[in-house]
Structures are given as C-alpha cells and as structure tokens.
Design a protein around this ligand. Structure first.
Ligand code: SF4
Length: 138
C-alpha cells in the first residue's frame, strides 16, 4: 500500500520525471509507474509527509511540514470528498478526479507552487478526464 498526502494526488498526474534530486525522482518514478501499470494499487491517504516526501533531499529546503502545504492537502481532500486515513484504489482516485476536479482548480489550490507554471499538472488532470490515465514517464 502506498501512502499519499492530498496534494501529491495532483502532483502524480503532472509528473514528467522532474523532481528535487535523483533519489527523489527515482522513488517518484517507481511509485508513478506502479500506479500507471496497476491502477488497482491500494492507496492510504495520510496527513503530512508520505512515501514521496520520504525521499525529499536532506540538502533541500524541507517544505513538507509547512502549514501552507498541509492546507493545500486539506483543500484537495475536501474537493475530492476524501478523508485522512481513507484507503482506496488509485483507479478510484482517478474517478474522483473526473467527478470533482477541473484543470483550472490547479490555479487556485496550487497558487504558490513553483512547478505550477509548467502547465503539466493541469494537462495531467485534463488527460484523466479524457480517460488516458497517468502519462508514461521515461
Ligand atoms: S502545481 Fe505543484 S503542488 Fe500542484 S499538483 Fe503541480 S506540482 Fe503538485
């Protein structure tokens, strides 16, 4: 089972192989690929640092405990009608994206994220709406 915090449900949709360090990217690519290849993978929604934060580089400015990030997690869970501790399959998360989320939500909930301007997260949501699933990352 993979533990994920709220905002990482969105980050995975926009993931294109970029990240904070080689170890971070390797871990995120592995998780992303297992969800892509097996959408029936079980996910547990957690509060605070999750299995992606595990590999945040010790040399980077650690933002995983910032209150603004906790707020972003909660905003996203509220929108998707999810709760901390809930266990569900990745494919059910994709269904909720289709049901509750639009690409423009990124502009609001992720307002302060430095990755937002790349546009890949909105594109990722769009692709889920088109039934494409997670994008292949090399
Ligand atoms: S804009 Fe930032 S926080 Fe929001 S989904 Fe993209 S990478 Fe994640």
């Amino acid at each position: 089972m993979i533990e994920l915090r709220g905002h990482h449900l969105f980050c995975l949709l926009g993931y294109r192989g970029m990240g904070y360090s080689p170890a971070y990217v390797e871990n995120m690519t592995r998780i992303h690929q297992s969800l892509r290849n097996n959408p029936g993978t079980w996910i547990q929604i957690v509060k605070g640092p999750d299995h992606l934060c595990d590999k945040f580089p010790a040399t980077g400015e650690y933002h995983c405990e910032n209150l603004t990030i906790y707020d972003r997690d909660q905003d996203i869970l509220n929108k998707m009608n999810l709760e901390i501790g809930q266990i569900l399959k990745w494919e059910d998360i994709e269904s909720r994206i289709r049901e509750y989320i639009t690409p423009s939500d990124i502009q609001v909930v992720c307002k302060t994220c430095t990755w937002r301007s790349l546009g890949v997260c909105e594109e990722g949501i769009q692709e889920i709406h088109q039934g494409k699933g997670l994008k292949e990352v090399h």
